[in-house]
Design a protein around this ligand. Structure first.
Ligand code: F0G
Length: 360
């Protein structure tokens, strides 16, 4: 066994555009694929969680940021820019630091989880809160990258997709083949695009490399009901959801997401905030996996689909849980009825503690 070297070194032969370029890496990827026992029991399927919150900055974005920052640095860029609902900015800030580049991030005013905001600041990014939503931020970032010497590192940058496709490789490498179904949250739709590309490249001879998988999964993407443009078939001007990471009304990779759905025989559906928070609670309390609300959309969608009879017993299902629970911990401190969880106070006294624990 040797230490994990980050996704570029681990999958270099599958990233030919980086030949001869030295990687900007923080050791991303190699994340746990955890068997979800309670979800498997509940659905009659073999359910696995791809725990992307275990990446260096706590989300899947690091897979795409290692490649995007490597390309930017190799091309002589001095500065990078991105729009973000939080995780992209945290990741860009960290990888820009590792690459020795300056980083500017545009985030929607007031709708960024505290953990993500503090990461961008800690890593020294210039953080601008825009009086608008994510879609406005992305339009602005694209304009700036066209007119000024800054590199755009959002997922419209093809290097981002190339890095993020490695998650599919890891899943097939771990399971021995592709799953039957892959569930994931959809926001700007870069990740579903990347996974589908990765599964596709592993299923056929690619770049002279033999196929690794015998099949591709059906892709099931889930948007938050208040931010579900792909499901509705039109942009949403004022997206709203507790899952701030996917609070996006006009996804940049909309067409690619539709292609993934069509080509895989999959679906893109929506889940309500109530369903998202119930899945968030289930993952914490039943599986032992703490995620941020947006990540729970994949599991909320799986449960919704199971109830609608869309699953067959015995199928292998992978749900990507995209970001760590510590990014946005406030949701864990709320009861199902919306009231705040109050800590139980005890005296410095064994009897008092035993009483509080119901041991007396
Ligand atoms: N889950 C989390 C935790 C995210 O941060 C994002 C996107 C998604 C899911 C959706 O992925 O956009 O590829 O469909 N976050 C972006 C950001 C938009 O700025 O951090 P997607």
């Amino acid at each position: 066994a040797r230490p994990w070297r980050g996704v570029i070194e681990e999958y270099r032969e599958r990233l030919p555009f980086l030949a001869g370029v030295s990687a900007v890496t923080l050791g991303e990827g190699g994340t746990p694929l955890v068997r979800a026992h309670a979800l498997s029991d509940r659905t009659g399927c073999e359910v696995w969680l791809k725990c992307e919150g275990v990446n260096p900055t706590g989300s899947f974005k690091d897979r795409g940021m290692t490649t995007a920052m490597t390309v930017a640095a190799a091309g002589g860029a001095k500065a990078v820019i991105c729009a973000s609902t939080g995780n992209t900015s945290a990741s860009a800030a960290a990888y820009a630091t590792a690459a020795g580049l300056t980083c500017a991030v545009l985030v929607p005013d007031g709708k960024i989880a505290m953990g993500k905001l503090s990461q961008a600041i800690a890593h020294g990014a210039t953080l601008l809160q825009v009086d608008g939503n994510f879609d406005d931020c992305l339009t602005l970032a694209q304009k700036l990258a066209e007119a000024y010497p800054v590199e755009l590192v959002n997922s419209v940058n093809p290097a981002r997709i190339e890095g993020q496709k490695t998650a599919s490789f890891e899943i097939v490498d771990a399971l021995g083949d592709a799953p039957d179904i892959h569930c994931l949250p959809v926001g700007n739709a870069g990740n579903i695009t990347a996974y589908w590309k990765g599964y596709g490249e592993y299923a056929v001879e690619t770049g002279g490399l033999a196929p690794v998988a015998t099949k591709r999964p059906r892709m099931w993407g889930f948007q938050a009901a208040g931010a579900a443009p792909i499901v509705l078939g039109h942009p949403v001007d004022h997206p709203e959801t507790v899952a701030t990471a996917i609070r996006i009304g006009n996804p940049a990779s909309w067409k690619q997401a539709l292609a993934a759905r069509e080509e895989s025989g999959g679906q893109i559906d929506s889940v309500t905030d109530t369903e998202i928070l119930a899945a968030h609670r289930w993952l914490s309390a039943r599986e032992g996996v703490f995620v941020e609300p947006a990540s729970a959309a994949s599991v909320a969608g799986l449960l919704k689909s199971a109830e609608a009879g869309l699953l067959d017993a015995g199928q292998t299902v992978v749900c990507t849980v995209t970001g760590h629970g510590l990014k946005d911990p406030q949701w864990a401190l709320q009861n199902a009825d919306g009231s705040t969880v109050e800590p139980v106070r005890v005296q410095v006294d064994a009897m008092s503690v035993a009483g509080a624990l119901g041991l007396t």
